[in-house]
Design a protein around this ligand. Sequence first.
Ligand code: TRP
Ligand code: ZN
Length: 885
Amino acid sequence: MRTEQPKMIYLKDYQAPEYLIDETHLTFELHDDHTLVHAQLVMRRNPARGAGLPPLVLDGQQLELLSVSLGDVELGASDYQVDDSYLTLHPKAEAFTVDTSVRIHPETNTALEGLYKSGSMFCTQCEAEGFRKITYYLDRPDVMSKFTTTVSAEQHSYPVLLSNGNPIASGPGEDGRHWATWEDPFMKPAYLFALVAGDLWCVEDTFTTMSAREVTLRIYVEPENIDKCQHAMTSLKKSMRWDEEVYGREYDLDIFMIVAVNDFNMGAMENKGLNIFNSSAVLARAETATDAAHQRVEAIVAHEYFHNWSGNRVTCRDWFQLSLKEGFTVYRDAGFSSDMNSATVKRIQDVAYLRTHQFAEDAGPMAHAVRPDSFIEISNFYTLTVYEKGAEVVGMIHTLLGAEGFRKGSDLYFERHDGQAVTCDDFVKAMEDANGVDLTQFKRWYSQAGTPRLQVTEAYDAAAKTYSLHFHQTCPATPDKVEKLPFVIPVALGLIDAHGNDLPLRLAGETEAVGTTRVISVTEEDQTFVFEGIEAKPLPSLLRGFSAPVKLSFDYDRDQLMVLMQHDSDGFNRWDAGQRLAVQCLQDLTQQYMQNSTMVLDPRLITALGTVLADHSLDQAMVAEMLSLPSEAYLAELSDRAEVDAIHAAREFARAQIAEHLYGALWQRYQANRAISRDTAYIPEAEHFARRALQNIALSYLMLTAKPEVLEATLEQFDACDNMTERLTALAVLVNSRFDAEKEKALATFAEHFKDNPLVMDQWFSVQAGSTLPGGLARVKALMQHPAFTLKNPNKVRALIGAFAQQNLVNFHAVDGSGYRFLADLVIELNALNPQIASRQLSPLTRWRKYDPHRQALMRGELERILASGALSSDVYEVVSKSLA
Ligand code: TRP
Ligand code: ZN
């Protein structure tokens, strides 16, 4: 906990380090009630900082300093200064060694940062600034060092001792202990350090790289999970091959290890040669993990593996550059997932997520640029903006340069900066240099926060046969800046004729048409593009594939949207047209609800969805996506004032209408797919994901009719299926129904069967936390008393509290403020246990400006109560204080 007001750190203050650490030799003595860490640092003055020997300021927090030596001389208390955050030494030569010994307490570390225990296992999480909780160090990513690590522990409880790189020696010790030494030949910053000790089993495989080197692959898990590693291993091998084929990147050590831990703040961590994963991001098999969980495992395994180049071999100069590795790596893992599954469906899911959650972040009090220029606590900047919007920015570079140009740029980037700690500007410079282009204006995407708006208007001149599109771009003010300069917005577009066909596109000044999808760059506040040789007024298909992270508006009428839904040659835009149509219809219903008038759903939405359902040529996963109405959270994001009750009522009304009118088609699709599921062994592949996706969304619609035959089908699926995708859907459908007896029975059966599997129990908690039926808060409070729940495990917190506050809008925003009070109490409690988790759970309260004055006051009140609650972590302090500002 902080003792004084946390300080804001600015990018503009960046300075290269005063000293460098060429070698880092660590020794860990792990014990049940403490750990001893000895560090020998081989250091020298950074020549880039010129002459003189300024004080050496090492980072260190929550360390008990036992001894410190400079060279061979042990220092006395008057030779150094030590406080809560730093150890300051006074070197007498350009080159020297520093030896420190410290005592730390992983066994009581509930923040899950630094060295900590997860169950009986020791593990580390050092990114971003956790290494300073392990030993005194220059804990910054531009200080790269060669690490050697010796770990010693009691042999029986900790037979497996791991660290980065290659194992070089091991042996027995005294008192039933043993030790192992690991050496990492690659220079790396401290945030990539890792250590694991425990009673672990592993699944082993090998991979032969493109230059014919054989790499040992191991996934380490607790013994009971050894049967849930195959999917991650398959995903790893696919990722390794894909990175060779698509980016020309080869793995570089003889061994690559993944360790699954139950207590982890995020998804996973790319430590060099020793990735540490949240068990939810590794373990998957048919009976326990859904299709979505299987796809998440595949994506995260790939993401962490890809960091070996985009993150480890080339790392960040400072934490303001976080998107350099995260935005690029998300872009890379999305490309991988697209190639492994349906590319259009992957794009739809990513865009829906970005538009709902990143757009909301960009419109809230924590809005920041992809490369922020200040922060209080870096852990708060592992955000949707840095990750997902950052990936969109890389994707726009790809769109502007084309696949070949982009590859030339990434090759140059990796070659030029291998072994270095660099900036987002360096990344863009490599793209520019490899392609001979100027991306100066484009770089505003890195420095300006906020979601740009792009208003498009059309004009058709029948006499001249020209069709003009006018683009007007603006960007709303964000807390850091009011006035924004125009962005470079790549807009992929097509024009569709009356028969639904794409027209060849010829821009004014061109002699020939060039293709039917063009990417135009909107670079000015106002800009017009004129297409020639257009025989009749076309229908524009704009922002195909979501070519830029903007809010595009064009005055489509509902009939035009129905044409686009059926005929657009761009799959993403077919889906998006359906979403736009649904948004319009749902906004009508929301208005009607608020005016107390009878709700009437525009029948065109039903007609349109009926057409989609009847189209057996469409990928079933596409059908499932098109049948999914925009989420309540997205509808809230789109409105100036989020009327949660009206939005919920409108959406539920529309769903019931769809279920009633399309009952026959839904039932037919459900039964056909359930029949195949019944006869097919579970396979985690796209075609099967697609079938189950449609089957399950059909079931959730059908249950809205509460017909006995649907209840019967749901119970049959729940009892007889062989996989978690079908079982969990059946459970969710029951939980959201009024069949109370069946619901309670299913919940009890499920919990009894899976009580020993924490990841499955997380799903059981989430399904209940997400139920929008009345009484949500009471159910969540009761579930917190369940033996499987604990606030100390982040997955449990996310499954129950996160699901309630982020996905159950009507219950969380109960007008009496009970949801807000509940969340604030939890944040105060979590602040003391795990600041990173506390700060993340807080985010729904920070959006208070979106709600009515009554709710605004309640939410602010809770934020103020948190602020006044005592010693806040810098994590929580930053989010609360910025939200109230
Ligand atoms: N670099 C990790 C990633 O791949 C992020 C991460 C894992 C992290 N654990 C963390 C960030 C803990 C902050 C704190 O995205
Ligand atoms: Zn990452």
